[in-house]
Design a protein around this ligand. Structure first.
Ligand SMILES: CC(C)(COP(=O)(O)OP(=O)(O)OC[C@H]1O[C@@H](n2cnc3c(N)ncnc32)[C@H](O)[C@@H]1OP(=O)(O)O)[C@@H](O)C(=O)NCCC(=O)NCCS
Length: 337
């Protein structure tokens, strides 16, 4: 008999965390073969820590006491306060039994109870998630492409040369563990650019200020995600002209994820994007020698970013979609199922 119950990773038994990891890795192996499996390191922290303004909840599905599915929900804050983001998976041997749908509706009801209008998730092209979410009223909003760099194929001399090609009037600084307090306001201003960047006709729903960056760095660390940041400084003003961010998760230390890369519009055309990314790769190689691949994302059609990535050896990998549905439509889809 399948039972759905609310689950708190912060207080769950070690055996439950182990079971979560087993099922998650089985899903990876079935849906995105070749992806590095996750490890136990800091997994509990990863699943439970949240931004102060956000709230996490989770449910598991159990069949005769055995964990066979999970949904985690994050009730977002700031200007995304109407949205609940979910991550959902079921054990491959237990699919098409309605378990995914039950977990989804548990998350949707909770979202409705907390006055959320939208439920959103990130999915990978070519996985069963596409049909599952379409069947529950979800539609794609944002499309992105990921690219992968295999560090064993990198020509490090070339990367070192690229890391020095920078226009006069700029210099590069690298910050393991995130930017210092003195740069936070200027860093936050640079991130505001993303808010106005159209992606697949949809504005990025991001809003940034120094306190949010501070909270976000604290949360990354609390979740076992080690941040590295390289910035380009406009020397005369001392302002952040560009930034690139990368994170190494404790639970998957062989694969680094690149987060935002931004060059402020008036500082474009001076080679800052390539230089910053090259400098970050060099630093990563020394600080995290176990990293085998780096994953980066760019909006479909962002030719400039694609060129920078290709020049460093990144190769196109997968397509990712943000899927979104009104919470009411998700609840309704189960009534009519
Ligand atoms: C998407 C997922 C959660 C669905 O779980 P599930 O328990 O099989 O879902 P349900 O049985 O509730 O399916 C409900 C409906 O969704 C649709 N659906 C689900 N899987 C489908 C598939 N593979 N093909 C077509 N339709 C599908 C169907 O309409 C289905 O109803 P039906 O079985 O009566 O036809 C599951 O396939 C999964 O975990 N996928 C991988 C998640 C992931 O992110 N992986 C990558 C990293 S781990």
């Amino acid at each position: 008999m399948v039972r759905i119950r609310e689950w708190e990773p912060a207080t769950a038994s070690d055996a439950e965390i182990d079971a979560w990891l087993r099922v998650y890795n089985a899903a990876i192996a079935a849906d995105v073969p070749g992806e590095p499996p996750w490890r136990r390191d800091r997994l509990r922290d990863y699943l439970s820590a949240a931004m102060p303004i956000e709230r996490r909840a989770a449910w598991i599905a159990e069949d005769h006491g055995e964990l066979i599915g999970y949904v985690g929900e994050n009730l977002l804050g700031y200007d995304m306060a109407g949205t609940a983001v979910i991550e959902l998976f079921t054990e491959p041997a237990h699919r098409r039994r309605g378990v995914g749908g039950e977990l989804l509706v548990a998350a949707a009801r909770h979202a409705a109870a907390h006055d959320r209008d939208l439920i959103s998730t990130e999915i990978v092209e070519g996985t069963p998630t596409v049909d599952f979410y379409a069947a529950h009223g979800f539609r794609p909003t944002v499309v992105e492409e990921s690219s992968l760099l295999s560090l064993s194929t990198v020509d490090w001399e070339q990367v070192a040369a690229k890391s020095n090609r920078i226009g006069a009037g700029y210099h590069i600084e690298h910050f393991p563990d995130g930017p210092p307090e003195t740069l936070l306001a200027s860093y936050a201003d640079a991130k505001l650019i993303l808010r106005h960047t159209p992606v697949a006709d949809v504005e990025w729903h991001a809003g940034f200020e120094a306190s949010r960056i501070r909270d976000s760095l604290r949360t990354l660390r609390a979740r076992g995600l080690r941040p590295y940041v390289t910035v380009a400084i406009h020397t005369a003003s001392g302002e952040v002209a560009g930034l690139t961010e990368l994170v190494v998760p404790a639970h998957r230390p062989d694969r680094a994820d690149q987060y935002d890369t931004i060059v402020v519009p008036e500082h474009r055309g001076y080679g800052l994007g390539l230089t910053m990314k090259a400098r970050l790769l060099l630093a990563l190689r020394t600080a995290e020698p176990q990293v085998e691949t780096v994953q980066t994302w760019q909006p479909v059609g962002d030719e400039q970013m694609l060129r920078v990535n290709a020049e460093l050896g990144f190769r196109p990998h997968r397509r990712w979609y943000d899927y979104e549905a009104p919470v009411s439509a998700v609840i309704e889809s189960r009534r009519t199922a």
